[in-house]
Design a protein around this ligand. Sequence first.
Ligand SMILES: [Zn+2]
Length: 345
Amino acid sequence: MPSVESVIKDIKILGATEQEEVLNYLEEIIVLGSFVTEVTDEVKENRFSRGKVCPHCDHDEVSRNGKFNGKQRYICRSCRKTFNDFTHSPRYNSKKDTRKWVLYAKCMINGYSIRKCAEIVGISVPTSFYWRHKIIDAIRTFMGMGSVGGVVEVDETFFRESFKGNHKKSKNFIMPRKSRKRGTKGRKRGISNEQVCVLCAMDRVGNIMTELICKGRMKHTDIERFFNDKIDGDAIFCTDSHKSYLKFAQNTGVELKQIKRGRHKEGVYHIQHINYYHSKLKKWMDRFNGVATKYLSNYMYWFKWLQYFDTEKDTIKSKYLIVQSHTSHCNTKLEDFKTRKAIFI
Ligand SMILES: [Zn+2]
C-alpha cells in the first residue's frame, strides 16, 4: 500500500494539468459524495418550504401514505394521487443514484458535450441528452423569465435556425427548406427568417432576461411582449439605434437612451455589459456545433444560470444546479422530446 507521503511526492512531479485532474478526482469523491444527503435534504426543504403541496394538482392537503422502496410516500386528499419528495423532478423514476446526478451537474457546469458527460458519468448518450434537457427544463421553470429595473441594457442577438436532430428520429418531419451542411453560412445575407432572434436584457444589479422572440427582424410588438409586466419601477433602457426600441419606448413610456452607432458611452448609459454578455454567450455556444432551435431556449437559460453563479466554486455550482432543478415541479417526459417545438415568448 502506498503511503500518503509517496502519493504526495508523485503528485508533486505531475504537470499542472495532471495535478488539476487529481484535484478534480478528489473533489468528486470527497465533496460530491458528501453532497448526496445534503442535496436530498435541501430539495425537500425548498419544495415544501410553505408546507407540502401536491405536485399533480397543487392542493395543500396531503397526508403520509407509507413508504415505497424506502422513500416516504404521500397522498393528496384532493386528487387522491400519490407522490414522493422527488415527483415531477428530473431525478424522479431514475434508477441511477444521486451521486451520478451531482456528477452530471458538474459536467454541465464545465459545459461538456452530451457525449463527454455520458462518458464521465457512465450513462448512455441518449440518457445524457435526456438528463441535460430535463435539468434545464426544470431550471427554466425555477428561474422564470425574471424582471429588470433601473438602468437596463437591452440588445438582440441572432442564431441560425437549426433542425438538427429532427429528421433522423422522425418519419413525419419535413425539412422546411433545403438542407445545408452544418457550419456553412446561411444563403441569405444579413438578417433573414432563417435566423432566430434572441432578446436579452440586463440591469445593473445583475438581473438577466433572455428569450427567443421571433424569426428574422424584431418588431416593437416583440419587444413589448417580452417586457410585458417584467419591468420593475422606473426603468431607463439603453439600446443601440434600432428603430423598434424607439417605437417600444413611445408605446410603453419607458425612458430610452439610444447609443448612437460608433459611440460607446453616454455617461452611465451604455450597452457594454450586454455586448460582453453576448460575446461570451456566442463563444460558449461555439462548443455545441449548432444547437437545434427547439432547444435554444434551454441553452439561453443554462448560460443565464451560469452567469448568476459565475463566482461560485464548481462543486458548489453543481450542488445548486441539482437542488434548484429539483425544487420546482417540472414533468418533462421522454415522449415530449419528439414533439417538442421551439419556445418563443
Ligand atoms: Zn393532488
